[in-house]
Write a new protein. Structure first.
Length: 466
């Protein structure tokens, strides 16, 4: 009996749910005229719109009214109302592309505007083109049944049904529309970075090839990943919150009157240089450009940590700073054995030949060795020993392993000597390394693995080179 009663309740629930869904569908369809015209799904809302020709945008959103102009010189967007501010070009261009691709799914020839939210629309936009064309759109409320939106082009009576995603694109506030970056620069335009933070005082120079050196400390090369992260971080210091028209009280409240980090960014063109003030406060960080009236709360504080790193952390610790692709010949000396590997061919047809044996080396063995050489980093750089023994002659008189790399012209482009040390570590001496005549590093004994000079360990089993 209980089972029959439970089954009856389930059937009743399903019947009620089906009735509710049918009622919702009927209500939505009743808001549309019975004369609705089904149209081609590929039809655009604005068929003649060329987004690269749009020069001004007027937006009415739930947050207010905004007007934006495209700058004639640089092509970037500016907010002119309600405040004069740089706009977030990614957001604005994204909005234009979305509207340019917006397609109609239905036409409602005699819509009930009060139900569709088109009698007093909360969202609207007007796009003005350089050729005098104007594209206006009023946006109604979302359909709770299928998530679509009803819209109406300015000057028309009929309504159009489009995707509900338009609401997200069109309903922006000032924070959404304005430029979030503290510095509107490209990372490739930076030529020098000067950082002061407590006892730290670093000057980092960017070379024409993009490499970075520590100009304030021996002109040592900066680790490539550190340099890339630092440049990208400076170019993407984005605001999570803005403080406009800052007063002395605001600066004091944010701590920017006594900044922790002081950064000068010098650009290659010599104009647009910036002096950045940064204050860390527990898990938050605030920043502003000196001379500007706006401060920001940083959305990501990683850049502050990168600016604070020591010289030793910044330096390139790789034990063999030679581009593997530039190596045409590699000589390995170990004990009484000498092995020379010579590269033949180019790109995906490269072959390594074992000189004196007329044998082709196993490609995976050579590639594995080059990969290890180019990726192993020393735990510590010994500048004192490098000064005492600038050629590594005395400290590495009897190296366990010695490698020499030459380029296609036969010029020496890098060498490495590996010697035993204490406490389960090895020392390596290498050069030339950028501006360093020699770099002596300490690495774990197992870091490089076993480097063999025995030709048999490299033989390509299948064939002999003729």
């Amino acid at each position: 009996m209980g089972e029959l009663k439970a089954r009856g309740i389930r059937l009743l629930f399903l019947a009620v749910a089906s009735w509710v869904l049918a009622l919702l569908a009927w209500r939505w369809q009743s808001t549309r005229d019975v004369k609705k015209i089904e149209i081609d799904q590929s039809k655009l809302v604005f068929s003649g719109l060329k987004i690269n020709k749009i020069t001004t945008i007027s937006l009415t959103t739930t947050s207010g009214q905004f007007e934006l102009h495209r700058d004639n010189e640089d092509g970037f967007w500016r907010i002119v109302r309600p405040h004069a501010l740089d706009a977030d070009n990614t957001v604005i261009e994204g909005l234009l592309k979305f509207v340019g691709d917006l397609r109609v799914t239905q036409v409602l020839s005699d819509p009930k505007t009060d139900i569709l939210g088109l009698d007093v629309p909360k969202l609207s936009m007007v796009l003005n083109s350089s050729d005098g064309s104007q594209y206006g759109l009023e946006i109604g409320v979302k359909n709770s049944y299928d998530g679509s939106l009803s819209v109406r082009r300015l000057g028309e009576k009929q309504a159009l049904v489009v995707t509900g995603d338009l609401e997200f694109q069109a309903d922006k506030d000032l924070h959404d529309l304005r430029e979030k970056r503290l510095l509107t620069i490209d990372s490739g335009s930076i030529s020098e970075i000067r950082v002061r933070a407590g006892d730290l005082n670093n000057v980092l120079s960017v070379q024409p090839d993009g490499a970075m050196h520590i100009a304030s400390h021996g002109n040592f090369p900066v680790d490539k990943s550190q340099a890339e992260a630092l440049l990208a971080g400076l170019a993407n210091m984005n605001a999570a919150e803005f403080y406009d028209d800052v007063t002395s009280e605001t600066l004091e409240r944010l701590g920017l009157n006594t900044p922790d980090v002081d950064v000068h960014v010098v650009l290659k063109e010599g104009s647009g240089n910036a002096h950045i003030l940064i204050k860390e406060n527990k898990s938050e960080a605030f920043a502003m450009v000196e001379g500007k009236s706006t401060a920001i709360r940083l959305g990501n504080t990683q850049i502050v940590k990168r600016l604070r790193v020591s010289v030793d952390e910044l330096r390139d610790h790789h034990i063999f700073s030679v581009d593997p692709d530039a190596i045409a010949s590699l000589q390995i000396r170990k004990a009484d054995m000498i092995l020379t590997l010579t590269k033949h061919g180019a790109k995906d047809k490269v072959r390594w030949i074992i000189e004196g044996h007329k044998k082709e080396a196993l490609a995976s063995a050579v590639q594995g060795l080059l990969y290890r050489l180019s990726h192993v980093r020393g735990d510590r750089i010994d500048d004192v020993l490098a000064k005492e023994d600038p050629k590594g002659v005395h400290s590495f008189a009897r190296p366990m392993i010695e490698l020499k790399a030459t380029d296609a012209s036969g010029a020496l482009i890098g060498w490495l000597r590996l010697a035993e040390s204490q406490r389960g570590t090895h020392k390596t001496a290498s050069g030339p390394v950028g501006t360093e005549p020699i770099r002596i590093t300490e690495i774990a004994a197992e870091a490089l693995g076993d480097i063999s000079a025995d030709p048999a360990d490299y033989y390509q089993a299948k064939e002999t080179v003729q």
